[in-house]
Write a protein that binds this ligand. Sequence first.
Ligand SMILES: [Zn+2]
Length: 198
Amino acid sequence: MSDLLRYFQSQKQAMTDLLTELVNYETPTLDKAAVDKLGAYMHAQFKSLGASSVTRIPQAKVGDFLLAKWNEDAPGKPIMFLIHIDTVWGIGTLAERPVRIDEDGKLFGPGAIDMKGGITVVLAALRGLVEQKLMPNRPIWVLMTSDEEVGSIYSIPVIQEVAPQVGLVLVMEPARSQPASFALVNSSTSSSCTAAVT
Ligand SMILES: [Zn+2]
């Protein structure tokens, strides 16, 4: 077994605790004050993981965005994780459906999959790379938005500005066996395809 696999297997409980902590921040998209609380937590997480800079991108209607960077002076185009911290669930959902872990070890809670599970993976991967001294000699960025569940109406221009500067974007949206919604139209005069995952 590789050292890295052994390391991450040893992190299972820590990752479960981290995911529980993230889910316990209720972050409905349009409740800026609530989302900014998780934004502040994420800012502290990025700094504790050795980010060389964390830039706040202030927002009026939704939670502020963050752009965190590691290895800024390393050669090569950055690898960027793209995450969002908002969910579709209103304040009070947790009181009705608190975090629970079933007998198979699956964790359930509002936003646990989309996308707080993805955020857990990003933070755990960064922690593992730092602790194992395996950070690649290449810039690593994390772009954190907060309006994905309403169509990324404020973050699209930011993503369009940042994404061309990087070599690879890893979008931490969960995979699904079936797309949440998918429409495909083909005709002799037009062809269009739209897909939406929330
Ligand atoms: Zn999502």
